[in-house]
Each structure stands twice: as C-alpha cells, then as structure tokens.
Design a protein around this ligand. Structure first.
Ligand SMILES: [Zn+2]
Length: 281
C-alpha cells in the first residue's frame, strides 16, 4: 500500500493533550498524535539532545508507543551543527550532536535524523562540500546503527543544502545520507521558486532522478516568508504563497511514500490540514 505519513515537528505547546505531570511527554505525545489521526512525529533536539541521558525504559516506551500506534519517528538534530566550522571545537561538537542524535534515533526506532549540515562562510563552494563530505565519512565510520543522516534542503544560499548539494552528498555516502526535502526552503532560497507552478513539476522531475530515495522521502512543509536572501520565518499555510496543493498533488500522482513533517507555526493543526487535502485529491 502506498502511504504518506503526516505529522508535526515537535509537540510542546500544541493542542495535543499531554498530561502536565507526564514522566515521558515524548512517549505520550506519540499516542496523542496517533489518536487525532496523524502518523508521524519529528522529535526536536534543536537545542539539545534531551533524551540522550534518559533511562533505557523511557526510550523503550517511546519506541514501543511508536510501533504500536504506527507513528513514524524522526529526529531534528541541534541547530548548532556546522561541519564546515573553522574552529576545531565546533567541529568536535558537531560530530557529537550528530552522533548523539543518531544513537538516540537508533534506540527509539527513528528512521532519519534531520541536519542543517553547515555554512559556506564565504569559502569556495567546492572546497566546502569536500570538507563536509570528509567530516561525514568520519561520522559514518564511527556509527554502527541503521538510522540515516538526513541532510535538509536549506532556506538560504549561505547554508549548505541546495538540492544539487544534497545529491552530491548522496553520491559520496549512498548508504548513510538521505535527502530531507523542505519545500518551503526550496521556495524561499529561490525567492519564491514555486510561484511559477511549472517549477513544481520541474522540481519533482529532479527528485525522481534519484528513484531510490524518491520512493520513500522525508519531507518538511510549511508556509514561509522570504526575500532576496531567502528564508525569513515560517508561516501558516493560509497566510503564505507556497502552492501546497500542487505539491501534494504531485506527491499523490507520483505515489510518493514517506513522511511529511509540518513545520508551520500551527504544527498539529496544519499537519491535519495537509493530510485532509492530500486525502481528498
Ligand atoms: Zn530544519
């Protein structure tokens, strides 16, 4: 069966009913996500890998809740990662953030950890990609689990992560790296890329050039405000110009399976909104 899972990027401060005295809010959130009809959740380690030192039982509960309620889990790794950092301590920390996220991912059964992989820092692009690829090799050598390193399509050209840059890393690390397709970021980094609807199908043709990944994609979607320099901030779908219906229609026509994580300010409501539109198509 073809299946596309929809879910929120995180759960804190949402309409999900998580008991205030919950001992394991992440595990409880998974049950709530499933109860309202969603089937994915991204766990936000964006400020810290908060489950790293949790007792094994807690991680076991998260894993089991996800399996039992058919919720596909992913993790967003910390924002502080930059595999092209100049200072050595920043590289060491980036390795640690990625490996900690991957290890927790393995323990809780998350398929993907999502990473903003680095910044160009005005250096020569080719050199930057080579540097980052080298760092990825070092991490790949150290990691023994089966969770994949997802490289996110970024919202600004100063951040490494155009679709072609992601393909470069996939070519170099086909067993370890996977793409994370953020449609809002693609829209923003090209100053309104999908406003020309022809670009929606053009972009899908590009994705299809990697059929192995296209079959099972990890995606982010939200409305977005942008300018010449790319991404400004995320918006609810109704307040933005991202042609989400065309994007969802392309996902349906191409029978794309995988996960769509909603990153709009109303993460749960808008995940349901997307799912509803997708199902009616
Ligand atoms: Zn992200």
């Amino acid at each position: 069966m073809n299946k596309l899972n929809f879910g929120p990027a995180g759960f804190g401060g949402t309409i999900l009913e998580i008991p205030k005295n919950s001992k394991n809010p992440t595990a409880d959130a998974i049950l709530e996500v499933s109860k309202i009809g969603l089937s994915a959740m991204e766990i936000e380690f964006v400020r810290s890998v908060y489950l790293k030192n949790s007792v094994p039982e807690k991680k076991e509960e998260i894993k089991n809740n996800a399996i039992n309620s058919n919720v596909s889990l992913s993790i967003h790794a910390p924002y502080f990662i930059n595999l092209n950092a100049i200072e050595e301590h920043k590289i060491i920390n980036s390795h640690r953030y990625i490996l900690d996220s991957l290890n927790v991912g393995h323990e809780i059964g998350a398929k993907t950890i999502v990473c903003h992989i680095g910044y160009f820092l005005k250096q020569e692009p080719k050199k930057v990609l080579e540097n980052i690829s080298h760092q990825i090799s070092l991490i790949e050598d150290k990691y023994k689990g089966d969770t994949k390193l997802g490289i996110e399509l970024t919202g600004k050209k100063t951040q490494v992560g155009s679709i072609d840059e992601i393909f470069y890393f996939i070519d170099k690390h086909p067993k370890f790296v996977k793409p994370v397709i953020d449609f809002a970021h693609q829209h923003a980094r090209e100053n309104g890329y999908f406003k020309d609807k022809k670009n929606v199908s053009l972009f899908f043709e590009k994705l299809k050039s990697y059929p192995e990944f296209f079959k099972n994609l990890h995606m982010h979607m939200s409305g977005i405000a942008y300018g010449e320099k790319g991404e400004k901030h995320h918006l609810p779908f109704r307040e933005a110009d991202l042609p989400y219906k065309e994007i969802l229609a392309n996902l349906k026509d191409n029978k794309t399976t995988g996960t769509v994580i909603c990153e709009s300010p109303e993460i749960v409501e808008d995940a349901l909104f997307l799912k509803e539109i997708y199902e009616k198509l």
